[in-house]
Design a protein around this ligand. Structure first.
Ligand code: HEC
Length: 134
């Protein structure tokens, strides 16, 4: 009788262990799904649309892509670095786009965009920061 009980307990523990493993993988799947769908949903996000509309009139894409580093860091990397920081970072990044510079990501230089209005630069930053995925 005792043996049966301990066997039952072991079976129960085994099932519990398996279940908790499954829950974990389900959670990470959900997270991936959420990230994927949030990327899809972005196309109807007004902040995304506003930023993209300005982006296509500028030379940003010569040096930046969403997921691949070209001359500048990918937008995703920029978003992951600054996306959790307070809103003041928007001002810093907008100014950086306007004045250009180097040294944060390496020796490569971002050319200045001196004629870009501050509001447009901020819209570009808000668009980039939406691409954060961690
Ligand atoms: C000539 C290539 C080039 C062009 C054009 C360019 N960038 Fe950059 N960008 C870079 C480089 C290189 C860096 C990394 C600078 C550094 O390390 O400080 C960078 C950095 C950035 C950063 C992060 C700044 C920081 O301090 O972390 C943002 C945001 C950015 N670029 C946005 C833009 C936008 C928006 C445009 C278009 C208006 C643009 N860039 C056009 C090359 C470019």
């Amino acid at each position: 009788m005792k043996k049966t009980y301990s066997l039952l307990i072991m079976v129960a523990l085994f099932i519990a262990a398996c279940n908790s493993g499954e829950e974990k993988s389900e959670t990470s799947e959900t997270t991936t799904d959420a990230a994927a769908s949030s990327t899809e949903d972005l196309s109807s996000n007004p902040v995304y649309q506003a930023g993209l509309a300005i982006e296509v009139t500028q030379d940003c894409a010569t040096c930046h892509k969403v997921d691949t580093k070209i001359i500048g860091p990918s937008y995703r990397e920029i978003a992951n670095k600054y996306g959790s920081q307070p809103d003041t970072v928007i001002n810093y990044l907008a100014n950086k786009i306007i004045t250009g510079g180097s040294g944060v990501w390496g020796p490569d230089v971002m050319t200045p965009h001196a004629s870009l209005p501050q509001a447009d630069a901020e819209a570009l930053v808000r668009y980039i920061l939406l691409l954060k995925n961690n």
